[in-house]
Design a protein around this ligand. Structure first.
Ligand code: GLA
Length: 359
């Protein structure tokens, strides 16, 4: 894998990193002003850069072996470079001139599986710019600027969970976040547990269009209920007056918020696992963002003796699943389930714990 020096002939001025994230509970709640409970994963994105004195920005993506060049006022065509461009524009919009840069990106965060490789890139890029330009911005501001970059320049109308998790979470604890007020608490995982994350191998091709549709359905539901956001539902039965599918969408958001609050109060591993299983059922039946093969993988996880609970994670339609396992048993459970999944005709892989042969 190339280094900055190999590509640009001299060392970088700054190097910054940010992790991907896996969400344990609180799916599709962030754009409803609700509650989420993600944690960082060990995989990181690293951005190295230095002012070049040249005429255009150059972004070298080591993992993609590709390079993108763009000017200050010309958005790049390459998807990965749009996140970088969005961060540069965000810093300029806040009043700081960004010099023309040589930029090198490498990442161990799996791409396209719902573990927020884009948030990791944005947060790492903004951390690098903060260091280079001595910007007076804290980690929450970084998350907000990263979200803006994604919405305005990568065209994804996302909530703020991923960027807050990448900017503020660590991989040993959970970040309980109120996405309306951005109040947060760092919480321990239930005692004696370990996380397992598997990639279902299913591409998330429907995710972007369905994501926007679900957002619109939630907005329609909160408008019909006369509230600012579904977070404000106080009587769960009030959603029963909504037409379908809004009723079920709202029911998911209300029940999912409740599960996050319950988990954040401190529950044991068994209880947390039950909340994860209920979250998956709600995402499958009420929110309809699962697919049968993903359900099958989640069921294989849920029925494993070392697994307390499991669910799809991220936007859905494919990508990754997360399971809460008995401490020390995650890698073994992962291998067992991947093998069962393979016998059922599908190809999955273990992402966390990081398998040695798949760094
Ligand atoms: C994507 C978005 C997040 C969040 C999740 C679903 O990861 O980027 O803001 O909405 O989907 O929980």
């Amino acid at each position: 894998m190339s280094r900055f020096e190999d590509i640009f002939g001299q060392p970088p001025a700054v190097i910054a990193q940010a992790p991907g994230r896996v969400n344990l509970l609180g799916e599709h709640t962030d754009y409803n002003d609700g509650f989420v409970l993600p944690t960082a994963i060990p995989q990181q994105t690293t951005v190295s850069l230095r002012p070049s004195g040249g005429g255009e920005f150059i972004v070298h993506a080591a993992d993609l072996a590709s390079e993108s060049r763009f000017g200050r006022d010309a958005p790049p065509g390459d998807h990965f470079a749009q996140y970088v461009y969005g961060c540069i524009r965000g810093v300029e919009a806040s009043g700081t001139h960004v010099p023309i840069l040589d930029i090198h990106v490498r990442s161990t965060v799996p791409m396209g599986v719902g573990l927020s490789s884009s948030a990791a890139l944005e947060v790492a890029m903004l951390r690098a710019l903060r260091d280079l330009l001595s910007l007076d911005i804290d980690d929450v501001r970084i998350a907000q600027m990263a979200q803006r970059a994604e919405i305005d320049h990568a065209g994804v109308n996302c909530g703020i969970m991923d960027q807050m998790a990448s900017s503020l979470a660590d991989s040993s604890r959970m970040l309980f976040l109120d996405t309306r007020t951005l109040e947060r608490r760092v919480l321990p995982r239930p005692a004696g547990t370990e996380l397992l994350v598997l990639d279902s191998g299913l591409s998330r091709s429907l995710a972007a269009s369905a994501y926007n549709m679900r957002r619109a359905e939630c907005e329609a539901a909160s408008n019909a209920l006369g509230i600012a956001a579904l977070r404000d539902v106080t009587d769960a039965s009030s959603v029963d007056s909504l037409p379908e599918p809004q009723r079920r969408r709202a029911r998911h958001v209300v029940s999912e918020n409740r599960r996050v609050l319950e988990a954040a109060n401190g529950v044991d591993a068994e209880h947390f696992g039950r909340l994860m299983n209920a979250s998956h059922a709600s995402l499958r039946d009420d929110y309809e963002v699962s697919v049968p093969t993903l359900d099958a993988l989640v069921e294989m996880l849920q029925s494993h003796p070392d697994v307390h609970g499991a669910r799809l994670t991220g936007a859905g339609f494919g990508g990754a699943c997360v399971a809460l396992c008995r401490e020390g048993a995650a890698a073994g459970a992962g291998r067992d389930v991947i093998e069962r999944y393979r016998r059922a005709g599908h190809v999955g892989r273990m992402l966390v714990p990081e398998p040695e042969e798949n760094p």
